[in-house]
Design a protein around this ligand. Structure first.
Ligand SMILES: C[S@@+](CC[C@H](N)C(=O)[O-])C[C@H]1O[C@@H](n2cnc3c(N)ncnc32)[C@H](O)[C@@H]1O
Length: 385
């Protein structure tokens, strides 16, 4: 594969540095805006060359020495080469780019990404890949399914790092023979692993966020960075109140509980039966009898009958909402919609349809739930135009 000299213009959705050379668009992994680089072309897709850094010719002023010894090989972090301020600026640019290019918004509102109180040792939840044959435990290597053996992961909360060390100290015959990965999550009262093995249990945990108490375990989704959840919930719900609200992709009820304090009737919908069970229990323990949780895929549930709701909160996985879900929201004529998203590209795709269906953006906020990576959480509040 050939080498090229390039200058990085900006960071794109997906976290790549953008450059142009020899009539091609070049996407460079792990770059900083302003870097002059010699890059090696790894593959070509249409006119786009995907490249990796061979040599830094002139380092960007925004570039720092990545502190993690696994950086570059491990597929977990891709922003450690940037100062934290530049990471936030790059994420604002990624959201702006998606809203402009995919949602076709002409006037993209000013975007400020709220920083995480901790930019290291913040992660409450992780998935550790296991390669029993090679006796490796860690994360997939960049662009591959090989497991990068990681002894110390600098973004994990200290209690998860201690658990990683205990898992790594476990004798290999004690690992189930078919174990491919472990989901792990921390709470106020310990750490939970799924599947359970050796001395590691899928323990039930507790965490209080913005005055609400949540129980969950490693078999259910929980947000990665708890420190930013109170302002995120506050922004997403704002002054919403009224008769009926929907919480789509509700997990263990992070938004369902505060919604049930503001609306007369709330329905949460969640596909994972473990998460749905915790959501019901969390509501019950809070004494909130005006909310129900349906265990179902949102697309299947929403297609069954027309919606009647004043407010919709949706927080889908990275793939965004299925098109039937957006169609049903538009047809419901719900007064207000709050879209919580961990992927600006799918968010922008869905916003385009909501705006086409008569909704207008009221306000937008972004939260850095994922320091050291290109990922960012965005919340968009919409109202019927
Ligand atoms: C990004 S999480 C949000 C969970 C919750 N709102 C929270 O903040 O904790 C997405 C949730 O959607 C669930 N999910 C994924 N696909 C789904 C589907 N098609 N229908 C319903 N729930 C789904 C996942 O199990 C997960 O709990």
């Amino acid at each position: 594969m050939s080498s090229l000299e390039v200058e990085i213009e900006r960071i794109l959705p997906g976290g790549y540095g953008l450059a142009h050379a020899a009539g091609h668009t070049v996407f460079v992994a792990l770059a900083a805006p302003g870097d002059r680089l010699r890059v090696r072309v790894e593959r070509q897709q249409g006119n786009v060359l995907f490249a990796s850094i061979e040599e830094i010719l002139v380092a960007s002023p925004d570039r720092i020495e990545p502190p993690c010894p696994y950086f570059g090989r491990c597929g977990g972090c891709d922003f450690q080469q940037l100062t934290y301020q530049k990471q936030l600026a790059a994420k604002a640019e990624i959201i702006r780019d998606c809203l402009h290019r995919i949602a076709r918004l002409e006037n993209v509102p000013e975007i400020v990404v709220r920083p995480s109180p901790r930019d290291w040792r913040y992660r409450l939840r992780a998935t550790w890949q296991i390669d029993r044959e090679q006796q490796r435990i860690g994360y997939y290597e960049r662009g591959s399914r090989r497991v990068c053996d990681v002894a110390d992961c600098a973004v994990l909360l200290p209690e998860l790092q201690a658990t990683l060390e205990r898992v790594r100290a476990t004798e290999w015959p004690k690992f189930p023979s078919d174990l491919k990965h472990l989901d792990v999550v921390a709470g106020e009262n310990g750490v939970s692993l799924s599947p359970a093995f050796a001395e590691f249990a899928t323990a039930e945990l507790e965490l209080t966020i913005a005055g609400e108490s949540y129980s969950y375990n490693a078999a259910a989704f929980f947000q990665i960075n708890p420190a930013l959840l109170p302002p995120l919930i506050e922004f997403a719900l704002s002054d919403a109140a009224g008769n009926a609200a929907l919480d789509l992709y509700c997990g263990v009820g992070l938004f369902t509980l505060p919604l049930a304090r503001r609306f007369a009737r709330v329905t949460g919908v969640e596909a994972n039966p473990v998460a749905a069970k915790f959501a019901r229990r969390n509501l019950q323990r809070a004494g909130l009898e005006n909310a129900r949780v349906i265990t179902a895929g949102v697309a299947e549930w929403i297609s069954a009958k027309p919606l009647q709701t004043d407010f919709v909160l949706l927080d889908p996985p990275r793939a965004g909402a299925e098109s039937v879900v957006i169609k049903a929201i538009v047809e419901s004529r719900a007064e207000r919609v709050s879209y919580v998203s961990c992927d600006p590209a799918t968010l922008a795709r869905d916003l385009k349809k909501l705006i086409g269906g008569g909704y207008a953006i009221e306000s937008l906020a972004a939260f850095d739930l994922f320091p050291q990576t290109h990922h960012v959480e965005t919340v968009v509040r919409l109202h019927l135009g």
